[in-house]
Every structure is written in structure tokens, then in C-alpha cells.
Write a protein that binds this ligand. Structure first.
Ligand code: ARG
Length: 436
């Protein structure tokens, strides 16, 4: 039996107002732009919305470099299921330049583990949804996110920020269909179910910056992920026995070359991912603090991010002062949190990006990394902006440029308060014990 959502569920009990101002009023849904992946949820949704709301559907599918996806098949399926229009946008360039590059400049990693590939993709997908909804006369944007995840926050935050007129429909939060019920619904409505009726073992999301697996056995925190989880990156124990060196060139914080060959950013990201995959690089097992309060375990495969963030961090540290290096970390954490939390359009993100751009003005040069059975290690670097002088750093004589004789004077002044605090406080303790 299929339990359809009761439409009044969109209203809190005893109220005439929807729970959020931007939720679609069931009576006013006319034409819906559905974010369509081609999977079971959004395919069932395509029919369900037509049936339930008597609405026309335009689908939007966004290419962000998902490895191995056949987008022609996805678009064809949308048409077969009754979409009046099935739009495919290849957004790889925009994703690379306006989202991934910002993340590189910000060394963006959430919870010391997650390079934010999904979190970076969602605001772009939602922005495209707004643009195409307007263009095709849609009043509502529908998506397939659940009520437990971060993605609903990211998509709805972006749509509501960019176009307060547009309404949101999130059927998975309302329809309370189990997977078996969805399959039964698909059967009844002639929706092809890819890969049979076996529940897929994991929930996957991916793009050029990484891949995540959640659910199934991964929910058992106490067990290591099974080998089958790793569909992108070679398991380190099976990676080549020979290490490989790769030289990454940067200009103003942007990766521009691999081993001296200049590449467009999208291609560079793809090539870095291929290199990393081969060497088992970028496997992350993370129990994550979601925005909606849950702790959830994710297994990530992030070969491109592992390579490029490691190289970028190394070069940036070389050309920045100690003060810049210490300060930037706190901003990076803030940037990563805003992105993770779906607040891409908070003005603070743009403020932080202005700082990131400024700090990256001098991040030009090359870093050589060694890739070997799951590890990425910087082994050499050079930059014309390096704040490094070999004659100063050397244990040998530096001549008049660095006076070692001046060091004790520096130490005396630099440690003044530390020494004084220790004296004052131990003196006070002695007096206290005398008073007792
Ligand atoms: N935990 C990651 C995040 O919140 C990955 C989410 C993957 N999304 C998905 N729909 N499977 O960004």
C-alpha cells in the first residue's frame, strides 16, 4: 500500500500558515521545476507531483563532473516520464571556477576531514534551478532531499535567498513512502527501476571534487567500511608499488599546471583526480556533525582535493608571513562552516572570499608531491614570493643579515610577561600560605 502525504501536513497543527514562508501551498502549485538526478526518488517524484498536484514538470539535471554518468539517458528518462521540458546544464566550468577554486583558496575542509564537494555543488544547483524556473515560468522548485540531511538546507536557503517568490516542494519529507513502496509505485507507473529492485547498498553523491557514501553498513561506526564502498579510489594496498611525483603549478592560488603542462581548471581537476585514484589517495572516514543536529558517518573518496589542497597549503604557507598563516586558519574554518551549512549567500562568505583572494595574490609557484599507496607528501616547492632565504636559514654563517648575538636580547623582551607572571604568581602563593 502506498501512503500519500496528507497535504495539510505542510501546516503546523492549529495554524493556517505553512511551517516556512517559502513552502509551496498545495493549491497554488502550477508549474514545477524538479531537480532531477535520474535515480529512483526523483523519478518517482516526477510522476508523483504530476499526479498529486496536477502540475506540469520541467526537470533540470546538472553536470558537475559526476564520473561515469550518462546524462543523455537521464534526460531521455525525464521526457519518457512526462516532463514537458528536460534541461541539462553542463556546469563544470562554473563549478570549478566559482566554487571549487574558492574552496582551494580557502583550504576549505569541514571538521578537519571533508573537502565539501557536495556542499559546494548544492548552491550552484539551486542557483541554476532559480534561473531556469524563471525562464520556463515555474512557480515552484522541487528537490529529492530528505528531512535529515544538509542538502535540503543548502538548496532551500539558496532558492529562498535568490528568489523569495519561488516556492519549495520537498516530497521525500512528506510522502512517507518506504523504498519498497517507491518501487511498487514505480512499477505501477511504468518507471524503469535501474539495477533491479535490490536496495543499493549505499547512498552516493559525487562530482569532480569528490564522492561520498553513506548508509547501509557504513552506519555501523564500529566496523571498517567494506572494500566494495571504494568505487573511485584504488585501495591503498592495491596501489602501485612505485611512488609517483607530481608537480603542481599555481598562479595566484589557482592550480594551472601539472608537471609543467598548462591545463584548464576542469581538466586539471579531472587529471588530479585520476592520479590520486591510481595511488589510493584521498580516502576519508568521517563521523560528521550535520547542521540538523545528527552525527552521521560518511566515507569520502576525494583524490583531487587531497592532491590540490595539500599542494596549495604548502605553497601558501611558504609565501605568507607567520601572522597571515596563523590568522587565515580561523577564517578558513569559518568559510568551511558557512559553506557546509548552506549559507553560501550570507554576506560573510563574500567578505571572507575577499580576504582569501587577497592572501592568494602571491600564491604563485610550484609544489612537488609524492603519491604513494594512499599518502600525499609535499617533497619540494619553489616560488618567487617565498619568504625564505637559504643563507638565512642555513646553520652556517649568515653574515651581518642575521645577528645571532642579538637573539638573547630578543628572548629577554619576548619572554618578559611569561617570566614575570610566573614570578608574581608564585610569590603571591607564598604570601597566601604565610597569611593562613
Ligand atoms: N555529508 C556530506 C554533506 O553533507 C555529503 C552528503 C551527500 N549527499 C547526499 N545526498 N548523499 O555534504
Amino acid at each position: 500500500m502506498i501512503v500519500h502525504a496528507r497535504l495539510p501536513d505542510l501546516m503546523p497543527p492549529g495554524s493556517d500558515n505553512p511551517i516556512a514562508s517559502y513552502l509551496a501551498d498545495p493549491d497554488e502549485v502550477g508549474r514545477v521545476l524538479l531537480l532531477y538526478s535520474g535515480g529512483l526518488d526523483t523519478s518517482v517524484m516526477l510522476r508523483w507531483i504530476q499526479e498529486k498536484y496536477d502540475a506540469e514538470i520541467v526537470t533540470l539535471t546538472v553536470h558537475l563532473g559526476q564520473p561515469g554518468e550518462d546524462f543523455d539517458v537521464v534526460v531521455g528518462k525525464a521526457r519518457d516520464l512526462g516532463a514537458t521540458d528536460a534541461i541539462l546544464v553542463d556546469a563544470r566550468e562554473e563549478f570549478a571556477h566559482d566554487y571549487v577554486l574558492r574552496a582551494i583558496k580557502a583550504n576549505a575542509v569541514y571538521g578537519d576531514a571533508y573537502p565539501l564537494f557536495t556542499a559546494l555543488g548544492r548552491p550552484l544547483i539551486a542557483k541554476l534551478a532559480v534561473e531556469h524556473a524563471r525562464r520556463t515560468g515555474c512557480d515552484t522548485v522541487a528537490h529529492g532531499c530528505t528531512g535529515k540531511g544538509n542538502d535540503q538546507v543548502r538548496i532551500e536557503a539558496t532558492v529562498a535567498a535568490l528568489d523569495p517568490e519561488l516556492k519549495i516542494l520537498a516530497p521525500v519529507r512528506e510522502w512517507s513512502m518506504s523504498r519498497d513502496e517507491e518501487i511498487a509505485y514505480a512499477r505501477e507507473h511504468g518507471i524503469p527501476v535501474k539495477g533491479g529492485t535490490e536496495a543499493p547498498p549505499y547512498s552516493i553523491d559525487d562530482n569532480v571534487w569528490g564522492r561520498s557514501s553513506e548508509g547501509g553498513e557504513i552506519e555501523d561506526l564500529d566496523a571498517a567500511p567494506r572494500d566494495e564502498v571504494f568505487q573511485l579510489v584504488t585501495r591503498p594496498e592495491e596501489a602501485p608499488d612505485e611512488p609517483q611525483l607530481v608537480r603542481v603549478g599555481f598562479e595566484r592560488g589557482c592550480p594551472v599546471a601539472l608537471d609543467g603542462e598548462r591545463l584548464e581548471l576542469v581538466e586539471l581537476l579531472e587529471r588530479a583526480a585520476d592520479l590520486g585514484r591510481r595511488h589510493g589517495v584521498g580516502i576519508v572516514d568521517h563521523v560528521e556533525d550535520r547542521i540538523v543536529g545528527l552525527k552521521i558517518r560518511d566515507v569520502y573518496e576525494v583524490p583531487a582535493a587531497a592532491i590540490l589542497l595539500t599542494a596549495h597549503r604548502d605553497l601558501e604557507a611558504l609565501v605568507s608571513t607567520i601572522h597571515q598563516n596563523n590568522f587565515k586558519r580561523t577564517l578558513e574554518d569559518k568559510w568551511a562552516y558557512l559553506c557546509y551549512a548552506g549559507l553560501w549567500h550570507d554576506p560573510l562568505r563574500a567578505d571572507l572570499d575577499a580576504y582569501m583572494d587577497s592572501a592568494n595574490e602571491v600564491v604563485t609557484g610550484e609544489v612537488t608531491l609524492k603519491l604513494y599507496k594512499g599518502s600525499v607528501t609535499p617533497v619540494a616547492r619553489r616560488s618567487r614570493y617565498a619568504l625564505y632565504d637559504r643563507s638565512l636559514a642555513s646553520f652556517g654563517e649568515s653574515g651581518a643579515q642575521f645577528s645571532q648575538a642579538a637573539s638573547p636580547g630578543f628572548i629577554e623582551l619576548f619572554t618578559l610577561q611569561t617570566r614575570m607572571a610566573r614570578r608574581v604568581r608564585s610569590g603571591a602563593e607564598d604570601t597566601e600560605s604565610e597569611e593562613r
